[in-house]
Design a protein around this ligand. Structure first.
Ligand code: EPU
Length: 348
C-alpha cells in the first residue's frame, strides 16, 4: 500500500539529475513495477499534488524544490519478440538504461539505433524528446509506446503516428503529465543501409562501409567522447538549446551577413542553424564563472563546474539567449525541462 506516510520525503534530487543542481522532492517514490507507478499516480491525484515523472534525469534542470511527488520510473526489463530473418522487435521497459539497450542491440547484430549510443537517460524518456544524433532518431525505429493515459484512466498502445514526433518534440512534450510511458518497442533489422552520412561520422568511415552495427556504435561513442562532457565528471544536461529552425528566406539573409554560418537542411524546406556556432560566435565558448559555464569543446552544452544552482544555470542561459538574439535576430529555445516550470526563461 502506498500512502503519504510510506513515501520518502524531502529527498535530495541533485544526485538524480545529470546537471546536479540542488533541489529536494517533497515526496518521492521509485517505482519498480507498473502497479507501484500507478499507485503513485493515484495518490498524487487524490492528494492533488503536482507530479514529476523522472527517468534518468539527464534532460532536466532542477531550479528549486519540487512541492509534490517525484515518481522515479525504475521498472526494468528487456526482451526480443517477433524475431525473423529480417529483424526483431526489442521491447524495453521504461526504466531500462538507453545506452545499455543500444549496446545490447548492436552486439546482437541488429541495426536501427546504433547511432544513438551514449545518449544518457532511460528508454522511457527516449520518446519524450524523440532522441536523435548523427542523422538518426528514435522515431525511425519505434513501433509503439505503451502508456498509462491519466486522462482516460486506461493503458493504451500508441503508434508512432499518434506520437506527433518532430525534432526534439513529441506528444509527450506537448501534453506533459498526461501520459506515463511504461514500455517502448523498436523494430530493428539485420540488413539495410547504415546511416553514416552525418558530417563527423562520414569522415570517420571515409566512404568505407561499416562491418557491423557495433562498429558504428563504437565510432559514435568515440566521437561523442571527444567533445561532449561526461556528466559523471562534469555535470551537464546535454545540448541546452535546440538548434533553431528558420525559413529559407531568413537563412538567405543570415548567410549574406555571416557567410560561414553553419546550417543543415530541415523538414518542410526550412533550415536548421547550428546553435553551437551562434553561441560560439558570440564569444561564449569556454566561458566560466565561479560555478557554471559553457563547455570549451561544444558551446551548446552548459556545464556545472562546482556546485552551481539551477538559477545560476538559467541566468547564464538567459544572457546567452539575449546575446544570440541581439546579434542574429534568432531566438534560442531551451531544450531540457526546467523544474519547477516557473523557473523557465520568459519569452524574449
Ligand atoms: N558548432 C560550432 N561550435 C560549437 C558547436 C558546434 O561551430 O561549439 C558547429 C560545428 O560546425 C558543428 C555543428 O555546429 O559541425 C554541429 O555541431 P554538432 O555536430 O556537435 O551537433 P549539434 O547540432 O550541436 C546535435 C544534437 C546533439 C547530438 C549532435 C550529434 C541538438 C539540440 N543537439 O548537436 O544532441 O549529439 O547533434 O548528432 O539537436 C542532446 O540533445 O543533448 C545532444 C547532445
Amino acid at each position: 500500500m502506498i500512502s503519504p506516510e510510506t513515501l520518502k520525503k524531502q529527498v535530495d534530487l541533485a544526485s538524480l539529475s545529470t546537471m546536479a543542481t540542488p533541489a529536494r522532492a517533497r515526496y518521492f517514490l521509485a517505482a519498480t513495477t507498473v502497479e507501484q507507478a500507478l499507485a503513485g499516480l493515484e495518490l498524487a491525484a487524490t492528494e492533488q499534488w503536482p507530479l514529476l515523472i523522472l527517468g534518468g534525469g539527464s534532460n532536466l534542470v532542477f531550479c528549486d524544490d519540487f512541492q509534490g511527488l517525484v515518481l522515479h520510473m525504475a521498472i526494468r526489463g528487456r526482451r526480443w519478440t517477433a524475431v525473423d530473418e529480417q529483424g526483431a522487435t526489442l521491447v524495453l521497459a521504461a526504466g531500462e538504461n538507453w545506452h545499455d539497450a543500444v549496446l545490447y542491440a548492436a552486439r546482437a547484430g541488429y541495426r536501427g539505433i546504433e547511432n544513438l549510443a551514449l545518449i544518457p537517460g532511460t528508454a522511457g524518456a527516449a520518446p519524450v524528446q524523440n532522441i536523435g544524433a548523427y542523422g538518426m532518431e528514435l522515431a525511425d525505429t519505434l513501433v509503439s509506446v505503451k502508456v498509462w493515459d491519466r486522462e482516460l484512466q486506461q493503458e493504451r498502445l500508441l503508434k508512432p503516428e499518434d506520437c506527433q514526433f518532430g525534432y526534439r518534440d513529441s506528444l509527450f512534450k506537448q501534453q506533459p503529465g498526461r501520459y506515463l510511458i511504461l514500455e517502448i518497442r523498436l523494430r530493428l533489422s539485420r540488413r539495410g543501409e547504415y546511416r553514416t552520412g552525418y558530417g563527423e561520422l562520414a569522415q570517420w568511415f571515409g566512404g568505407v562501409q561499416p562491418r557491423s552495427p557495433l562498429e558504428v556504435t563504437e565510432a559514435v561513442m568515440a566521437l561523442r567522447r571527444r567533445k561532449l562532457p561526461d556528466p559523471q565528471q562534469l555535470p551537464n544536461a546535454g545540448s541546452f538549446f535546440k538548434n533553431p529552425v528558420v525559413s529559407e528566406a531568413v537563412w538567405q539573409g543570415l548567410r549574406q551577413e555571416w557567410p560561414d554560418m553553419v546550417a543543415f537542411p530541415a523538414e518542410d524546406e526550412q533550415v536548421k542553424l547550428a546553435a553551437g556556432w551562434l553561441i560560439e560566435r558570440c564569444g561564449w565558448k569556454g566561458y566560466k564563472n565561479q560555478t557554471v559555464g559553457v563547455h570549451h569543446k561544444q558551446a551548446l552544452v552548459l556545464v556545472n563546474h562546482s556546485g552551481g544552482t539551477g538559477k545560476e544555470v538559467m541566468a547564464l542561459a538567459s544572457r546567452i539567449r539575449e546575446e544570440v538574439h541581439g546579434t542574429f535576430g534568432v531566438t534560442l529555445e531551451v531544450e531540457p525541462g526546467i523544474v519547477p516550470e516557473h523557473c523557465g526563461l520568459p519569452p524574449l
